[in-house]
Design a protein around this ligand. Structure first.
Ligand code: SAM
Length: 335
């Protein structure tokens, strides 16, 4: 089998598929309150086109994990069918979604039955009032219900993604961790990245991995002996707690900016309009939709995907003076 290799010896096996650029929240670090100009429907890949690209990635290019994201993947009508089609592939990839959790209380069981293995739910605050300030929507209770629904459906370990912002919710790190531990969820703090549509990211305002760990000092975290491998999160054990499966509880920190893990990156990304991105911060994309719609063969599409990945840069370059934020914001790339 061919693989998605690059010039630096990395091989991409983890495919992130954005199913839509639309979202039902307006997280301030991602999107403006009024939303964005959404991708025209005809530009978005159909369910069958998404399914074909995933099949090529799995059967011909060695992809072993597929994570659906967006925008908000749960608002994509065909989500269950797309997951079922991916679950039917051989070898069967591991399937997960990153979601804001809204609607998951109803959808978790059908998604599990379709073949979904796991979820990451984004939650930045335990306060409904702050949630509304942060997302411009009054949906905090729905997110909590979604988390509970995912756990009930056995989509475990249920992970929570949290972005901390200085003066907004950075005082909540210990409470968020306690909440996660009490419910058997695994919390991941993510450093805020320069991927907001408004281009307001400011390195000096970012809550660093170091600051996050300092605020968790009362928990007496212990370095995790399990190797991180290609995972973005560094993890720590939380003494005195176990997870839903009875294993020692963990907390993770994704230090994308201050502790980059590009050297171990095994991700390849597909946008909702069929563009391959070899990095979250790539400024160039490779068009697979054009090939799909002009009758390209599976072999031609696989080749184009390989060429796109070969050009992956050694690192995201946020620290380079020449760093340019990608034209697409996070919501249109797929986080
Ligand atoms: N709507 C889904 C959700 O809320 O999880 C999936 C898409 S969202 C873009 C994926 C993840 O990216 C979320 O956990 C979100 O908090 C995170 N995210 C968005 N913008 C970010 C930024 N500028 N820096 C760091 N993480 C960001």
């Amino acid at each position: 089998m061919s693989v998605l290799a690059d010039r630096f010896g990395r091989v991409a096996r983890d495919l992130r598929v954005s199913l839509t650029d639309r979202c039902n929240l307006r997280c301030t670090y991602c999107m403006p309150e009024e939303g964005l100009a959404w991708m025209p429907r005809e530009q978005q890949l159909t369910d069958a086109e998404v399914g074909r690209l995933i099949r090529i990635a799995v059967e011909q290019l060695g992809v072993t994990q597929v994570r659906f994201t967006g925008g908000e993947p749960v608002i994509r009508r065909g989500l269950t069918g797309i997951i079922a089609a991916a679950a039917a592939l051989k070898p069967r990839p591991k399937l997960s979604i990153t979601t804001n959790g809204i609607g998951l209380d109803r959808l978790a069981a059908p998604l599990r039955d379709a073949g979904l293995n796991r979820v990451n739910v984004s939650l930045d605050t335990l306060s409904p009032a702050r949630f509304q300030q942060l997302t411009y929507r009054d949906r905090h209770a729905d997110v909590l219900k979604g988390l509970a629904g995912a756990a009930r459906a056995g989509l475990t370990p249920v992970k929570i993604n949290t972005v901390l912002m200085r003066g907004v919710n950075d005082d909540e790190a210990p409470e968020l961790l306690r909440f996660a531990l009490d419910h058997g969820y695994e919390l991941r703090f993510i450093e805020q990245m320069p991927l907001d549509a408004q281009h307001q990211w400011d390195r000096h305002q970012m809550v660093t991995a170091e600051a996050i760990l300092a605020s968790l000092e009362p928990f007496g975290l212990v370095a995790d002996s399990v190797s991180r491998g290609t995972a973005p999160a560094e993890t720590w054990l939380v003494p005195g707690y176990v997870d839903a499966a009875g294993n020692p509880a963990r907390v993770g920190v994704i230090g994308s900016v201050t502790r980059p893990f590009c050297g171990d990156c095994d991700r390849t990304r597909l946008t909702a309009d069929g563009q391959v991105r070899n990095c979250l911060f790539a400024t160039e994309e490779s068009d697979l939709r054009g090939l799909l719609r002009s009758g390209g063969s599976d072999a031609a599409i696989a080749k184009a995907w390989q060429v796109a990945m070969w050009g992956k840069r050694a690192g995201h370059g946020i620290d380079d003076p020449s760093f340019l934020q990608p034209a697409r914001p996070m919501s249109a790339i797929g986080g």
